[in-house]
Design a protein around this ligand. Sequence first.
Ligand code: FMN
Length: 170
Amino acid sequence: MDAFAELIRSRRTHKSFGPDPVPRETLDELLELARWAPNHHRTNPWRFRVLGPVTLERLKDAAGPPEAPKLDRARTLVLASCVLSGDLQQDEEDVCATACAIYTVLLAAQARGLAGYWRTPRVLRTKAGREAVGLPDGERFLGLVHLGTPRGEPPVPERAPLEAYREYLP
Ligand SMILES: Cc1cc2nc3c(=O)[nH]c(=O)nc-3n(C[C@H](O)[C@H](O)[C@H](O)COP(=O)(O)O)c2cc1C
């Protein structure tokens, strides 16, 4: 199997991470690659905000006791969002482009031996959670990307086979 196929197949959602944060230099490499995602009209809709300790505490306060400890799983958390224009078609395409950008970050992390987790915690769909991370009204929250060194090997989730979703039209 070629290296790229192997990278795609072996990327996993990790929920347990080592204690070290991802160095800023590495993070900038990952986030720079994100801008090469396909993007109709080149609107550059993605925004990535790396949470610092003060912001993390604010978000944990907003999440409340049962959910807050889950925000400590990885030392590096990156909030990914999409700037909305108000044009429904453009926004749909921009959300897709931002999802591609997030996947790029996950794959680039995997290629560097790092673990990733695309998470959509409920707190970031609340006003308090959005305020805690300074997410403006005109942005759609898409994910809180967890990054770090891998700890353990997550199970490989079942996937539907090719035949279940591929069709050749006449
Ligand atoms: C848009 C999006 C949101 C996700 N949100 C969550 C989440 O909130 N919690 C979670 O456990 N996994 C979340 N995931 C990860 C998926 O559950 C995971 O990709 C799936 O179980 C397949 O596992 P794999 O990534 O190891 O192949 C999310 C994935 C995507 C694409």
